[in-house]
Ligand binder design. Sequence first.
Ligand code: XMP
Ligand code: MG
Length: 184
Amino acid sequence: MTPEQMGEDLQEVLLTEEQLHGRLAEMAARIDADYAGRDLLLVGVLKGAVMVMADLARRISLPVQMDWMAVSSYGSGTKSSGVVRILKDLDTDLHGRDVLIVEDIIDSGLTLSWLLSNLRSRGAASVEIATMLRKPDAAKVEVDVRYVGFDIPNEFVVGYGLDYAERYRNLPCVGTLAPHVYGG
Ligand code: XMP
Ligand code: MG
């Protein structure tokens, strides 16, 4: 695939790099205010949240720690299975910690509601969620999310960490894919 092809595979750009970065700065300012004086642990969910974590964390002024989890709920398709498996667990003991889960997107909410109760059961002092994107019309379970970047329509999106069959993660923007991509 060439750089030109990757661009041509996009149907519509929903959020530009500037919009994403601008919103992350606002979220980081709120996190700085909310967690002042506390010892915050950011937990990124691999692989999709890599870009959000990198760009959010460097806009947070508080000294934070970062750790990573990998969970699987989707395989390589585009539908949520509701079955969550831990592929890589945290290295950090959560006892008494203030934890902020950093996610790329909340779709059905199944993954995050599972993750929330999993991390809460490890004795954390608090567990909250920051997500770059949320699809309100796709919600199957209610998840209390403290920081939301953007609410988007119920369409499959790629870019800024989000993939289709492991591609398009390195697009700096978020967009929908043209039908010819799915058609093979
Ligand atoms: P649920 O449905 O459990 O899904 O909230 C959360 C995870 O599913 C992936 N996901 C997507 N990935 N484009 C993607 O590339 C999308 O539109 C999309 N919607 C959900 C993602 O890994 C997320 O963490
Ligand atoms: Mg994800």
